[in-house]
Design a protein around this ligand. Structure first.
Ligand SMILES: [Zn+2]
Length: 97
């Protein structure tokens, strides 16, 4: 097909045209860059990004009512695993053993 012969020529022409465009791009974008910079600040203030950070902090939840944090191993365990409670907190059975 004739297109097979044209393909190699087109790639060569594209590479040359792309280089020519790169040289022209800075001059053409110089005017639009200002508008993009004005939009970027609002992009950083997206509430979604802040919520994701808050969720990461919330992951460190205090123990539930039926759970406790062992003062020895700092693991959150079910209250049935409490061996004894001291003035500063509960100790799990594994640490008390
Ligand atoms: Zn423990």
């Amino acid at each position: 097909m004739a297109t097979d012969y044209d393909a190699p020529r087109k790639t060569d022409d594209d590479s040359e045209s792309i280089e020519a465009l790169k040289e022209r791009v800075p001059d053409k974008l110089s005017g639009s860059v200002d508008s993009e910079d004005a939009d970027n600040p609002s992009g950083f203030e997206l509430p979604g990004a802040d919520l994701s950070d808050l969720e990461l902090d919330v992951v460190v939840l205090p123990p539930q009512e039926d759970e406790f944090t062992c003062i020895e191993c700092f693991l959150v365990k079910h209250r049935t695993q409490i061996d004894h409670e001291s003035a500063i907190g509960a100790v799990c059975r594994e640490c008390a053993a």
